[in-house]
Design a protein around this ligand. Structure first.
Ligand code: NAD
Ligand code: UGA
Length: 481
């Protein structure tokens, strides 16, 4: 029986290892984590992350060939293949702060592997890491190896949250990078044999270590770049009367461009796009490639611009002040079908509105009040550094915020509604009922192209939808200003 251990029971480690265990009943998979609370949750009826289809996969193999444990060292020592799927956040201080990847968690995992290993191991980078990380890891592992052979592989993960199980069941590609030595090639084959149980051979791509590491950063940078490109065009659409969704449809018909991932929005969020692009920027700078760094930095810059443009639109539409006005925030997760709020655009929009003295009433079907309050109290980039996480404090910001149980409660007595996440339930709300209970004029600011603009305008709402022709009300207001 092949023994696999994965360090890091997070959004990647949990689902990816569950899928390996599910597809390979003769492989023993143990997922370990320093967070006992997380491990306990993986062993309970309430998994620590929400992901459609995940419960079924975990339940099918948990305690058979899939185990979750806090006994990190014992399981690492016992395994032949060790995946490392720990967080690799943006550094908040020191050299490269605000850009470079913080490899503290990775390095401590590597040192622990070196300390406890008594037999040869294949160590797999599952986390997204800067190019050449494998070289540093190799040094740490081999420094005091005592004759143990470590082979490092890069096997970046491409799943997207909300569709993780679908993505893992039929991945478009599995990437494995390794050393071009006999030992490296053997390790690649060993890992390939695991995926080959369910992934067709032509989708398992092998290459050199640095290409694999860089491909992951480049893939995220390209995806994010598409969104920033559409968001840049959305601003021009609003200024000219064009409709960004018609433009996206037209350009997406060109098979060289393709139609996916062209939805303009209030801004991309999630734990990785911004972090990985900033990391790419930093690597370019370190290699003396200032122009290349500046090129990629613009993708993040447009994303920041899009969020602040949204806040400005809300404030300027509501007679240049939202002070003391109740505003409903519908959705807080960074996309639908997940409870994940890491780098969600909602945080910046809420903080922007609170800065202008608005009173927010927030509703998300999957995010807890505690999480929302913590997110709004944290400094940028601090969310992924557990040592900076503090209990929610009664700061001024938090007094202006209430978290409620449904969209109707959020909108009752509000002057405006901001839609921050494209949850399906927001498409089918009774907007007439909502309108009746709101202050007038009643505004809807749709950051996710969720509502039917014409229908809402017929009800009487003033509607702003990213990248769509402006509401006549807003046009008149701008002309008068
Ligand atoms: P996460 O924060 O959800 O999980 C990381 C886990 O690692 C945490 O539970 C933490 O307690 C644990 N950990 C940290 N140091 C440890 C140590 N020394 N020993 C044991 N456990 C330790 O992060 P995630 O979202 O799963 O992301 C992990 C990596 O995968 C990141 O590099 C990320 O960029 C990459 N990635 C994430 C996604 C995604 O959708 N979230 C997709 C592809 C790639
Ligand atoms: C993204 C990538 O899609 C995955 O391939 C990658 O593995 C992962 O990052 C990672 O490395 O962490 P994820 O962040 O889970 O996955 O979700 P996406 O579907 O990519 O959405 C990211 C953000 O972009 C969301 O806020 C989403 O609403 C936004 N988005 C997406 C748009 O604004 N417009 C679009 O057309 C698509």
């Amino acid at each position: 029986m092949v023994k696999i251990c994965c360090i890091g029971a997070g959004y990647v480690g949990g689902p990816t290892m569950a899928m390996i265990a599910y597809k390979c009943p003769d492989v023993k998979v143990v997922v370990v984590d320093i967070s006992t609370a997380r491990i306990n949750a993986w062993n309970s009826d309430h998994l620590p992350i929400f992901e459609p289809g995940l419960d079924e996969v975990v339940k099918a193999c948990r305690d058979k060939n899939l185990f979750f444990s806090s006994d990190v060292e014992a399981h690492v020592a016992d395994a032949e293949i060790i995946f490392v799927s720990v967080n690799t956040p943006t550094k908040t201080r020191g050299l490269g702060a605000g850009k470079a990847a913080d490899l503290t968690y990775w390095e401590s995992a590597a040192r622990m592997i070196a300390d406890v290993s008594k037999s040869d191991k294949i160590v797999v980078e599952k986390s997204t890491v800067p190019v050449k990380t494998a070289e540093a890891i190799e040094r740490i592992l081999t420094h005091n190896s005592g004759g143990i052979n470590f082979q490092i592989l890069s096997n970046p993960e491409f799943l997207a949250e909300g569709t993780a199980i679908e993505d893992l069941t039929s991945p478009e590609r599995v990437l494995i990078g390794g050393r071009e030595t006999p030992g490296g090639k053997k390790a690649i084959e060993a890992l390939k044999a695991v995926y080959a149980r369910w992934v067709p051979d032509d989708r398992i791509i092998t290459m050199n270590l640095w290409s694999a590491e860089l491909s992951k950063l480049a893939a995220n940078a390209f995806l994010a770049q598409r969104i920033s490109s559409m968001n840049a065009i959305s601003a021009l659409c609003e200024a000219t009367g064009a409709n960004v969704y018609e433009v996206a449809y037209a350009i997406g018909k060109d098979s060289r461009i393709g139609h996916r991932f062209l939805n303009a929005s209030v801004g991309f969020g999630g734990s990785c796009f911004q972090k990985d692009i900033l990391n790419l920027v930093y690597i370019c700078e370190c290699n003396g490639l200032a122009e290349v760094a500046n090129y990629w930095r613009q993708v993040v810059h447009i994303n920041e611009y899009q969020k602040s443009r949204f806040v400005n639109r809300v404030v300027s539409s509501m007679f240049n002040t939202v002070s003391g006005k109740k505003i409903a925030i519908l959705g807080f997760a960074f996309k639908k079908d997940t409870g994940d709020t890491r780098e969600t655009a909602a945080i910046d929009v809420c903080n922007g509105l609170v800065g202008d003295q608005a009173l927010l009433s927030i509703y998300d079907p999957r995010v807890t009040e505690d999480q929302i309050r913590r997110d709004l109290a944290l400094n940028k980039f601090d969310w992924d550094h557990p040592q900076h996480l503090m209990p929610s404090s009664p700061s001024a910001t938090l007094k202006q915020v209430s978290v409620v149980m449904d969209a109707y409660q959020a909108a009752k007595g509000a002057h405006g509604i901001c839609i921050m996440t494209e949850w399906d339930e927001f498409k089918t709300l009774d907007y007439q009922k909502i309108f009746n209970g709101m202050e007038k004029p009643a505004f809807v600011f749709d950051g996710r192209n969720v509502v039917n603009v014409e229908e809402l305008r017929k009800i009487g709402f003033v509607v702003f939808s990213i990248g769509k022709p402006l509401d006549p009300w807003l046009k008149d207001l701008m002309a008068a200003a």
